[in-house]
Design a protein around this ligand. Structure first.
Ligand SMILES: *[C@@H]1O[C@H](CO)[C@@H](O)[C@H](O)[C@H]1NC(C)=O
Ligand SMILES: *[C@@H]1O[C@H](CO)[C@@H](O)[C@H](O)[C@H]1NC(C)=O
Ligand SMILES: *[C@@H]1O[C@H](CO)[C@@H](O)[C@H](O)[C@H]1NC(C)=O
Ligand SMILES: *[C@@H]1O[C@H](CO)[C@@H](O)[C@H](O)[C@H]1NC(C)=O
Ligand SMILES: *[C@@H]1O[C@H](CO)[C@@H](O)[C@H](O)[C@H]1NC(C)=O
Ligand SMILES: *[C@@H]1O[C@H](CO)[C@@H](O)[C@H](O)[C@H]1NC(C)=O
Length: 499
């Protein structure tokens, strides 16, 4: 055997090692899936949940096409433990998540049912959790046709009519809808389309304005960091981002990528790969700000405790974030590529997580893309902490690549225009039913900017973020939080009294 024969053999072995053993992890999955989590009800025990029944209701696939008799099974929870005949119906609307018994076992909605002898329901949104219109929740583009706001609101309307028709004990019950985030918006919008079915609504952290370029989101994240900790934190972050951008611009990203254990397929010169990296970091900060606002000061502490320069500290932080679990494991790498981001929304993604379904809803009706392209326009510093690396066209491309050319910018623009003209966007207060809806927002919640924050129908709770007000009243919570909850209770009580 001569020496030259060994060379191909060596190449072959190397190729086997790379393709067979080096497993690619998706660094984007965690934050994105956590952004779609069910709002927290607060802790509850098995006994608390004992009275919650899981039930199913047959729904039409298409509520607006009389000739289409296809149906599917919607899951819902029910807790009738406290109910007295004609007591109010409290219906918590499910959003882009899998429902659990928590919100019917504890939390403010539950407590109001106890106080007012009400019955509790919790509906699961079509295409999420176990409420699948198609077998295996098969989310081909064709099947996604029936995933939109209007079908989902019609599901809720049918649900209310069905429950009322099933029990003489509910005939005169007042219906109170409660929702958080998107499902809070749904609850508010129900008063437009089905006013005869709804007595009052509590919408927590509900966005009302559809909008493609949601550049305000990351500005609000920046403000929330400053509010929670101070400008030292955002200043350091800003320098850290500048440094990262420079590394990419000067073709010096290879050391950075090695430190983050990036997979070899990542191409720092490719704009889609590059934007995905920055969008992934944005999603991490978005998730913390939205769902773990109490952790913001600690996040800043961690950033500031890095004994490196401002420029270096973000890199060190990202190293901790992305490589902590598998730093010493040579068989894994982080796939920061565009392909990895797209994978979250692809047909082969995990459909129980809701990521593809929710992304479809944003690509077709709501937008709400967290860009950083319009950074320099309106911040006090004239710059933006999170850089300006993530433009709107990136999300438009993701929508097209995930759902085909029909779900492009023109489709979205039309969907948004229809949404805002039908429901009024920020002008929700022009609605006839406006006085039946109470909005609550967390001061630190970036979504607040798309909601209704003014007037006596809205409360902004200092020191809290997104849907952090659903749990029961608790002495350990702040006074503003508990006062807001008391106001929610008295508002809804006024609408449940049987005349
Ligand atoms: C649905 O409609 C089709 C055609 O009108 C009919 O053949 C079929 O039996 C119907 N299915 C159900 C479940 O009613
Ligand atoms: C989804 O449905 C399509 C046709 O509608 C079919 O070709 C495909 O195999 C299905 N996928 C799964 C995972 O069931
Ligand atoms: C109505 O309420 C009464 C008294 O609580 C109860 O006995 C009865 O089973 C209820 N009926 C239905 C249909 O839930
Ligand atoms: C912020 O930084 C300044 C100057 O570097 C320092 O004097 C100040 O103590 C810092 N503030 C906090 C809250 O860390
Ligand atoms: C990386 O991306 C650039 C820009 O798209 C492209 O020209 C180059 O060929 C890519 N490199 C590799 C190795 O794919
Ligand atoms: C910037 O802020 C001003 C004043 O608050 C506002 O009128 C303007 O619409 C804002 N511009 C953008 C692009 O948000």
């Amino acid at each position: 055997m001569n020496y030259t024969c060994l060379v191909p053999l060596f190449t072959l072995l190397f190729a086997l090692f790379v393709s067979g053993s080096l497993k690619a992890l998706n660094p984007y999955r965690h934050s994105w899936e956590l952004l779609l989590q069910e709002p927290s009800s607060g802790p509850y025990t098995r006994e608390d949940a004992a009275a919650v029944q899981e039930l199913w209701l047959t729904q039409n696939l298409d509520h607006f096409e009389a000739g289409d008799n296809r149906t599917w099974q919607m899951r819902y929870f029910r807790n009738a433990k406290y109910h007295k005949p004609q007591g109010p119906m409290y219906i918590f609307l499910g959003g882009e998540w899998t429902i659990t018994p928590g919100l019917l076992s504890t939390g403010l909605t539950h407590d109001m049912a106890v106080e007012n002898a009400g019955i509790l329901f919790y509906t699961e949104h079509r295409y999420y959790g176990q409420s699948w219109p198609f077998e295996n929740n098969n989310l081909t583009v064709k099947n996604l046709k029936y995933l939109n706001l209007h079908q989902a609101l019609a599901d809720v309307a049918h649900f209310i009519r069905y429950q009322k028709s099933q029990s003489a004990n509910l005939t005169h019950s007042k219906v109170i809808l409660i929702g958080g985030s998107y499902s809070g918006s749904m609850a508010a919008w129900m008063t437009h389309l089905y006013p005869e079915l709804v007595a009052a609504v509590w919408a927590s952290s509900a966005p009302l304005l559809a909008k493609a370029d949601f550049y305000e989101y990351m500005h609000r994240v920046e403000n929330s960091l400053t509010l929670s900790y101070g400008s030292n934190c955002t200043r350091r972050l800003e320098r850290g981002f500048e440094h990262l951008v420079n590394l990419f611009n000067e073709n010096k990203a290879s050391d950075l990528l090695r430190r983050l254990n990036a997979c070899p397929n990542y191409n720092a010169s490719d704009s889609l790969d590059r934007i995905s990296f920055f969008s992934g970091i944005n999603n991490y900060f978005a998730w913390i700000t939205q769902s773990y606002s109490a952790y913001l000061p600690q996040l800043c502490e961690t950033l500031l405790s890095q004994h490196s320069s401002d420029a270096e500290s973000l890199l060190t932080f990202l190293e901790l974030l992305y490589t902590l679990d598998q730093r010493w494991n040579a068989y894994y790498c982080q796939d920061f590529s565009y392909k990895s981001m797209l994978q979250l929304y692809s047909e082969s993604s995990d459909h129980s997580s809701g990521s593809r379904a929710w992304f479809y809803q944003t690509c077709s009706q709501f937008g709400w893309f967290t860009t950083t392209g319009r950074s320099a326009i309106n911040t006090t510093s004239g710059t933006s902490t999170f850089g300006s690396e993530v433009p709107l066209w990136y999300f438009e491309q993701l929508c097209r690549d995930a759902f085909g050319p029909e779900v492009g910018p023109a489709t979205l623009a039309l969907g948004i225009a229809q949404m805002n003209s039908e429901f009024g966007g920020h002008d929700f207060d022009h609605s006839l039913r406006y006085r039946q809806v109470l909005f609550t927002h967390g001061e630190l919640d970036p979504w607040r900017v798309l909601g209704y924050e003014g007037g006596c129908q809205a409360l902004v709770i200092a020191g809290y973020s997104h849907v952090e007000d659903l749990a029961s009243i608790n002495v350990q919570d702040s006074v503003p939080m508990n006062l807001a909850k008391l106001r929610v209770m008295s508002f809804l009580r006024r609408h449940t009294e049987v005349i």
